[in-house]
Write a protein that binds this ligand. Structure first.
Ligand SMILES: [Zn+2]
Length: 340
């Protein structure tokens, strides 16, 4: 009998050791990001009820309240100093020569080891509203896709927290307003940062990741990454390594060169994407950025940018890559280094 007990003990001990030697992977949490949930969020967020989410309108109010309710349901706190989710601001909509009121939405997961170092993940919550003839610009891709991706990424990190894997660094989920009026909400945040920009380790900005552009009809397994190696080689290397290890998308860097031409609204223009979405307000403050993007398409800034045209499996894959990259940035030992 004693021998049997010894034998069983030895067996259990070796089993426990074997379990411990298995390398930990964040895949369990990445797998909570699903096409089905992304779709379910987007069918609300980019529905007619949200009236095109123009900053300063009722559509924006509906959008920010939806985001807040989702974070509350996930038990993720507001990111303002008093714990609020909303960052109200008056914006100079210079193209329209008027001042409007808008709100960024901030949600925050505090880090366990280096809480003062913060990764910021952004998407613009606003879009271009309703046309004069009454057609609604739903903005399913632009940028409904980015907002729902952030909600799913936040859920994955919160699931990790619940299972004892709180990230080492902090994460700010930042949905900015006024992008369509000139990157105004992200400018307001970087002019009035809640978390010091010196301790902002990177910005991952998601703006349109649910569609396939003309250049990739034969290979939809892609995403454009813009800016990843401009301020920090570490950021580029982490991003590349996570893709190779977990996701295997074709990462297309052609728009790292702002002069590469693109066909937009019927003519060829220099892309200048590095300057055209919210990451630029971080980059100009020397915060390393990656801009995640699927390229433009015929429905760009048109009432035809609608939910049924989104590729949900692809959106899932792209969102998972951003999650893995974020995971590594917040959990690695060393902070991402800037280039000399
Ligand atoms: Zn956009």
């Amino acid at each position: 009998m004693k021998q049997i007990i010894l034998f069983i003990s030895a067996f259990l001990l070796s089993y426990a050791c074997a379990q411990k030697s298995v390398e930990f992977t964040p895949t369990t949490f990445a797998n909570t990001i699903t096409a089905e949930e992304l779709k379910s969020h987007l069918y609300t967020y980019a529905s007619d009820a949200f009236m095109g989410r123009e900053t300063g309108t009722e559509g924006e109010t509906l959008a920010i309240n939806y985001l807040k309710a989702e974070y509350e349901a996930l038990d993720i706190e507001g990111g303002m100093p008093n714990g609020d989710y909303f960052m109200p601001m008056m914006l100079n909509a210079y193209r329209e020569s008027r001042t409007i009121e808008g709100n960024n939405v901030l949600a925050f997961i505090e880090g366990s080891g280096k809480p003062e170092e913060v990764l910021v993940i952004t998407a613009h919550l606003d879009h271009i509203g309703i046309e004069d003839d009454g057609q609604i610009n739903n903005g399913a891709d632009d940028d409904g896709s980015g907002n729902v991706a952030i909600l799913e990424i936040a859920e994955a990190f919160q699931e990790a927290v619940k299972q004892g894997y709180r990230p080492k660094r902090s994460i700010l989920f930042l949905h900015v307003t006024g992008e369509e009026k000139g990157l105004l909400g992200s400018k307001y945040y970087t002019d009035n940062p809640v978390y010091p920009l010196e301790n902002t380790v990177a910005n991952l900005n998601i703006d349109m990741i649910g569609r396939i552009d003309n250049l990739h009809e034969d290979n939809p397994n892609y995403m454009y990454l813009i800016g990843s190696d401009i301020l920090s080689q570490d950021l580029h290397d982490v991003s590349k390594a996570m893709n190779e290890k977990y996701v295997n998308l074709d990462l297309d860097y052609r728009y790292n060169d702002p002069t590469t031409e693109v066909f937009e609204f019927g003519r060829y223009v220099q892309n200048r994407y590095y300057y055209r979405s919210d990451h630029y307000n971080f980059a100009k403050n020397n915060v390393p950025v990656i801009f995640y993007f699927n390229g433009t398409h015929a429905d760009y800034h048109a009432p035809t940018d609608t939910v049924e045209k989104i590729e949900y499996e692809l959106l899932e894959k792209r969102a998972r890559l951003i999650f893995y990259t974020a995971w590594e940035i917040v959990n690695r030992d060393e902070r991402l280094r800037l280039k000399e």
